[in-house]
Write a protein that binds this ligand. Sequence first.
Ligand SMILES: CC(C)(COP(=O)(O)OP(=O)(O)OC[C@H]1O[C@@H](n2cnc3c(N)ncnc32)[C@H](O)[C@@H]1OP(=O)(O)O)[C@@H](O)C(=O)NCCC(=O)NCCS
Length: 165
Amino acid sequence: MVCIRNLEKKDVKEAAKLEASCFPEDERASEAKIRSRVSNNQALQLGLIAPTANTSMLIGHLLTTRTSSDFVTMESMEKNDSNGSNVALHSVTVHPAHRGQGYARKLIEELIFRCQTIITPRPKRVSLLAHKELIPMYEKLGFSLVGKSECQFGNSEWHDMIYEL
Ligand SMILES: CC(C)(COP(=O)(O)OP(=O)(O)OC[C@H]1O[C@@H](n2cnc3c(N)ncnc32)[C@H](O)[C@@H]1OP(=O)(O)O)[C@@H](O)C(=O)NCCC(=O)NCCS
């Protein structure tokens, strides 16, 4: 059965490969950045794990930082502010072969659950940047659209979305 657990150091290389297969170069998290997030705030980095015949494999992940910003900023992508009152959600990936089965939903629901129950200090909000085409997906998952983001990231236009916890 597919399960969700903390992303671990041993998963970092596979997570970097997933980033590379899911995002253009200027939007993906580097291996170093993933490693740093796992080291600094492991309970907020999630791995989606599927069993194989003899072992298991990473088929998706979710990456965040804590931040004092109300929205996702370039600074929130670079550093984790462990006392920040909010959580910035930077990446949700599901391997192409496993999409359309509700796994992104499960990853985000697990993040929200952890933020509401076990993460301390308790965050007040989860924010993210969405491309226009993914706004409906995040709205289905309970996020609200704020508007166009001021964040200049990669070569795209972004929209701020938030989930008040
Ligand atoms: C976006 C992505 C994470 C979705 O993963 P997934 O496991 O297929 O998504 P789910 O099956 O959990 O879908 C959850 C809901 O969002 C909807 N949805 C999923 N992908 C969508 C898309 N591209 N556009 C609009 N809605 C979408 C689904 O229909 C589903 O709605 P439902 O619950 O009413 O059926 C996956 O396609 C992916 O990894 N894409 C590349 C990376 C990316 O763009 N990540 C998001 C930005 S960080």
